[in-house]
Design a protein around this ligand. Structure first.
Ligand code: NDP
Ligand code: MG
Length: 416
């Protein structure tokens, strides 16, 4: 993930900065991850200071967070929402809060790369998070990555920029955070050199783990969003239900840990207590366990390499009693194989997969597409648009737009 020498140097520098309080930008502050981050931050006013917060539509929530955490900047990502922007300014003025309100995509890039910022929590959902997250990486920040879609779309470019800028990339996704914790502290990007045989990525199986194909054809957005173990945003909840979340996470693991697809295996573990495992060549298997509460990986990354209180209850193994494991079912959940297919095809294929999935999930949430329609739309996009080599942000955004257009057509055709 990083060279050991550089990691150590950065830890010393960051240790020094930490004494001065880390200045934090939270992209996607009003979301599930954003709110959990602010919960952890509020427990440690001696360590963290909120520099900037962003939202897309929920300006009342953003105003409330600004009044509580007093950031220098608040960004409304949707620049077209002039009523929302005016409302945010009013709410802040009424509260006597002098946070400056900015709007639009460029403002997100500015708060992510501002020289005053130490760390950026990348918690925007979907492709919209890529430009500001990449800007934080290019500016050499400590980047706490929840926005897996950004890495799926732009893996090679993203990791090359991390290398170039010396940014420290820390995984927030619970599985990747668990893998990071279970790999050696001096992990240097080679599983073989470190004696790792394989990575076992755990999956809860989502709310439809035991549903039949016939039942899947009739499931509703409300059922898909009712995850058995985690409380999350709507898009990732649907991804968990379709297993595309695990598909995206395989690609995420490929880039974060430089792990070939063959070395990553998915294990369905319905209790979500083991967050992932690393198996070594001597037969040892190391895992990270904990209650399914995102404040654990968030606190781990915020304080890394130290440990801080996260407000998470102790793990009660007696109450849990039993841990179960089963193989994933790619017949009922074809998204998993589609993700492997995109990863193997390389180039622009993961960006196509991601864009088609975002369009299909939005259509499902709007009642315009059935649940099995999600993999059907993605498969059509992967089949119809050839994968090309990609090496810059403009090219990736172009592919993203092209895939979205075709996916919209496929959604419309399936609705007929
Ligand atoms: P939410 O939907 O709860 O929050 C998304 C955030 O992004 C909100 O602040 C939202 O603003 C903002 N946003 C939405 N659309 C845009 C846009 N077009 N431009 C800029 N900002 C936008 O999502 P989650 O917090 O659940 O997930 C965030 C990311 O973290 C996702 O990539 C997800 O895969 C990842 N993740 C989440 C986990 C979880 O437990 N929730 C676990 C692991 C990873 P507004 O509120 O104003 O709409
Ligand atoms: Mg996850």
């Amino acid at each position: 993930m990083d060279t050991p020498g550089r990691m150590m140097q950065q830890q010393i520098q960051q240790g020094q900065k930490m004494q001065q309080r880390q200045k934090l930008t939270i992209l996607g502050a009003t979301g599930s991850i954003g709110m959990s981050t602010l919960d952890v931050v509020a427990r440690h006013p001696d360590r963290f200071e909120v520099f900037a917060l962003s939202a897309h539509a929920r300006v009342d929530d953003l105003a409330r967070l600004c009044i509580l955490h007093r950031p220098r900047y608040a960004v409304v990502a949707n620049a077209g929402d002039s009523a929302g922007i005016a409302r945010l300014r009013d709410l802040l003025a009424q509260a006597g809060q002098d946070t400056e309100v900015l709007a639009g995509e460029q403002a997100l890039v500015e708060i992510a790369s501002n020289p005053a910022v130490d760390a950026v929590m990348a918690a925007i959902v979907g492709a919209a998070g890529l430009p500001p997250t990449l800007a934080a990486v290019r500016a050499g920040k400590r980047v706490l990555l929840a926005n897996k879609e950004a890495l799926v779309m732009a893996g090679p470019l993203f990791m090359a920029e991390v290398e170039k800028s010396g940014a420290v990339l820390l995984p927030i996704d619970s599985e990747h955070n668990a893998i990071f914790q279970s790999l050696p502290a001096d992990y240097d990007g080679s599983l073989t050199r470190k004696g790792v045989r394989r990575i076992l990525l755990t999956a809860s199986g989502g709310p439809f783990r035991q549903s039949s194909q016939e039942e899947l054809a009739r499931v509703t957005p409300a059922q898909a969003c009712a995850h058995p173990n985690w409380v999350m945003g709507r898009k990732i909840s649907v991804d968990s239900a379709s297993m595309m979340n695990k598909g995206l996470e395989i690609i995420e693991a490929r880039w974060l840990f430089n792990a070939p697809a063959e070395a990553i295996e998915v294990v369905v573990h319905p209790q979500s207590v083991i967050h992932s495992l690393v198996e070594y060549v001597d037969g040892s298997v190391l895992a990270q366990l904990g209650n399914p509460d995102m404040r654990t990986p968030i606190a781990h990354a915020l304080a890394y390499p130290e440990r801080i209180e996260a407000g998470v209850a102790s793990l009660d193994l007696f109450r849990i009693g039993q841990l179960d494991f089963e193989p994933p079912d790619s017949q009922r959940f074809p998204c998993l194989d589609l993700a492997y297919q995109a990863l193997r095809a390389g180039g622009s294929a993961p960006a196509l997969l991601n864009a088609a999935n975002e369009v299909a999930v939005a259509a499902f949430l709007d009642g315009r597409l059935t649940f099995p329609g999600i993999p059907a739309v993605i498969a059509a996009v992967l089949d119809e648009i050839p994968a090309l080599a990609l090496d810059d942000l403009a090219g990736i955004l172009q592919v993203d737009a092209q895939a979205r257009r075709l996916a919209q057509q496929r959604v419309a055709a399936l609705a007929r």
